[in-house]
Design a protein around this ligand. Structure first.
Ligand code: FE
Length: 239
């Protein structure tokens, strides 16, 4: 299979709205499963649903093709469609996505914009070539702030599993350069407060219910098997 180079610049998200610059040579990425309805089309508007950076079956058995079909083609697409409908004719229609998040602050525009940003980020936090352990400077930084990689994974998993109801677990870089774990409710996102995420795990039930039913902890175990440490390191290097 041709090696896929993910070009995912945080700045590109800021400036290009929803368009993630993902270059992929993998045929079939973003396609519906055989016999399944096609992805929800984008409404006419400035924000676009990014293609998944891997084929839908690439993360199995940890994240199934069926989960990615519903999660990306239905849930994420739904946020984009709704966002485009909501911003039509408003000041938000010409803003980069991150600016919509910070300017709207709350309400339905915020919820749909934040969910669009969060999911676009989340897809890249996983990779068919993921799993394993972080390397390079990232290991040293994790050791410095969490003790060791296992301790970090336990704290992150505790945040993900312990998030009551829908939300997200995050690894963020604080202004002083240290790393920290956060969890947010519903659509809330660290970027709403100027935060700098390095990693996220979606803990809404739609992220895992098909594969794991109510067992969120098993989903988080599977997440570690596909975690894209390279993407985490790239985000860490971006200031
Ligand atoms: Fe989700």
């Amino acid at each position: 299979m041709e090696t896929t180079k993910i070009q995912f610049s945080r700045r590109e998200i800021l400036t290009l709205g929803a368009t993630i610059a993902v270059t992929t040579g993998i045929l079939g990425a973003g396609k519906a499963l055989a016999g399944e309805p096609a992805a929800t089309p984008n409404a006419v508007g400035p924000f676009k649903l990014p293609e998944l950076p891997y084929p839908k079956d690439a993360l199995a058995p940890h994240i199934s093709a069926e989960t990615l079909h519903y999660h990306h083609d239905k849930h994420h697409a739904g946020y984009v469609k709704k966002l485009n409908e909501l911003v039509a004719g408003t000041k938000y229609a010409s803003m980069p996505l991150e600016e919509v998040v910070t300017a709207s602050r709350e309400g339905t525009i915020f919820n749909n914009a934040a969910q669009h940003w969060n999911h676009s980020f989340y897809w890249n936090c996983m990779s068919p070539r993921g799993g394993g352990k972080p390397t390079g400077d990232l290991v040293n930084r994790i050791r410095k702030d969490f003790g060791d990689v296992q301790a970090f994974k336990k704290q992150f998993a505790d945040a993900a599993v312990g998030q009551f109801g829908s939300g997200w677990a995050w690894l963020v870089k604080k202004p002083d350069g240290s790393l920290a774990i956060e969890k947010t409710h519903d659509a809330d996102t660290p970027i709403a407060r100027g935060g700098h995420p390095l990693l996220t795990c979606d803990v809404w039930e739609h992220a895992y219910y098909i594969d794991y039913r109510n067992e969120r902890a098993k989903y988080v175990d599977g997440f570690w098997q596909v975690i894209n440490w390279e993407f985490v390191a790239q985000n860490d290097a971006k200031g």
